[in-house]
Design a protein around this ligand. Structure first.
Ligand code: PLP
Length: 445
């Protein structure tokens, strides 16, 4: 028996793609990530050392730049290694490491959020938010003497992205139909998304207000058409995949009021916007409105939901055993890493950094728009910034040029936007570098 080597294979960086292509659809970026050499906001290709400016951060899931010195802390590394050795079923077997994480995670929560549930994957976080809402609404119906067959529908928005699993497939409707087509879906009410166009001026404000009025009328019509059957309304505080669509706080306030009046659960999906990207732990904190449940994932490393006591108006999924559960109950390694990220974000004041550098990025993008007629609708909250190009083909050309020629990894958003999703310790110097390279890509396409 060989015990001296931890690995049967030592794949050469140049063979990674071939090895993967044999068995999986390896159609991701043409970059082989070198975790040791990558640093800060620079991702290094293990094949030839090429450095890419990372505006993508693993689809907005990496909170802090590569190899931050705070991640070298000895106590943390030992705790991480210990958690990585054995994967306990954290829904049933508890550890000190889990309690440390839960207590740390609580420091990010507004006080009303008193209940947590953890699971692996953002879509499953959303699924469990929906299950918590269905359970709540059906129990409300039963208590009021109504049939228990009601409480089955979810109001959601055009261009929403909430994941690609079971229930979430009925909500997700971005521009790429391949994400949902041919899969069975529920026909739940879909509402116009009343996004703002930037810069906000009288015309864009009037257009947004008119769109909000239409959306709210659609919400009310959906409630009337499905009496006592609406369990929840779900919305991203800022739509991510659907095109960086920003809404006015006034709109969220009206949704909050309808959720209270019409007795359904208001869910905010913070999987992409949460954990500091907007300069607040949670994007909704800037809106002056709290949901009943919010889902989190990506930068939080471990995914899940947080809920208020409104859920406990009935015997909720947070009180009745086994209503929502999974084998792993989240992943302990992710919990330990998340705890450290939260400490670092707090100690290094990275929420403030996201706000300040995000504003700088918006200003620089606005300058860019002034010198490129085809750049429009510069928008952002904290570091969650984006801009539009005239059409899908132009956007794809610019994105490709950024990757191949300018060595910038930047994500598409919606039909014709490019988005910033950098790490929270992104600096003004990084922004300057990004703008120089975007400028070059715009000039050469
Ligand atoms: C807002 C939002 N919700 C849910 C998801 C799904 O998360 P996951 O891909 O981890 O299942 C995403 C992923 O991009 C997202 O942006």
């Amino acid at each position: 028996m060989r015990l001296d080597s931890h690995s049967w294979f030592r794949t050469d960086p140049n063979q990674v793609k071939t090895a993967l292509d044999e068995l999986i659809l390896a159609d991701g970026l043409d970059v082989i990530f070198d975790p040791a050499a990558s640093h800060g906001a620079w991702m290094v290709d293990a094949r030839d050392g090429t450095e890419y400016l990372d505006l993508f951060s693993f689809f907005a899931s990496l909170p802090i730049g590569f190899n931050h010195p705070g991640l070298e802390d000895e106590t943390y590394c030992a705790k991480l290694a210990q958690a990585a050795r054995v994967k306990p079923t954290s829904s049933d077997i508890y550890t000190q490491a889990m309690a440390d994480f839960v207590r740390t995670f609580c420091t990010t929560l507004p006080p009303a959020f008193k209940h947590l549930f953890f699971i692996e994957g953002g879509a499953l976080a959303v699924e469990n938010a929906l299950k918590a809402a269905f359970d709540w609404k059906v129990r409300k119906n039963i208590a009021a003497g109504r049939p228990d067959s009601l409480g089955t529908k979810v109001i959601h928005f055009k261009w929403a992205f909430h994941g690609r699993s079971g229930y979430t497939l009925s909500l997700t409707n971005t521009f790429d139909p391949s994400k949902t087509q041919y899969f069975p879906r529920f026909d739940w009410p879909r509402i116009e998304a009343p996004g703002l166009h930037f810069p906000v001026d009288t015309a864009s404000l009037e257009a947004a207000e008119a769109a909000e009025t239409r959306s709210l009328a659609e919400v009310k019509a959906a409630i009337q058409a499905n009496p006592n059957d609406i369990a929840a309304l779900i919305i991203e505080p800022i739509q991510g995949e659907g095109g960086d669509v920003h809404f006015r706080p006034e709109f969220f306030k009206k949704l909050r009021a309808i959720a209270d009046e019409e007795e359904f659960i208001l869910i905010f999906d913070e999987v992409q916007s949460g954990m500091g990207l907007t300069g607040r732990w949670w994007a909704f904190e800037d809106m002056g409105v709290e949901p009943d449940i919010f889902s989190f994932g990506k930068k939080t490393q471990v995914c899940g939901i947080a809920a208020t006591d409104r859920l406990n108006e009935v015997d909720s999924v947070f009180q009745v055993s086994s209503r929502i559960n999974s084998t792993w109950g989240g992943n302990l390694v992710d919990m330990v890493r998340s705890e450290r990220y939260i400490q670092l974000i707090t100690e290094q004041r990275l929420l403030d950094n996201a706000k300040a550098v995000g504003k700088y990025a918006r200003d620089r993008l606005t300058d860019l728009a002034a010198s490129h007629a085809n750049v429009d609708n510069v928008r952002g909250r904290g570091l969650m910034c984006a801009f539009d190009l005239p059409d899908n083909a132009t956007r794809e050309r610019v994105k490709e040029n950024l990757l191949q020629e300018q060595k910038v990894i930047m994500l598409a958003s919606g039909q014709r936007s490019l988005r910033f999703r950098p790490v929270l310790d992104f600096t003004q110097a990084h922004v300057d570098e990004a703008i120089t390279r975007i400028d070059r890509a715009l000039q050469s396409t």
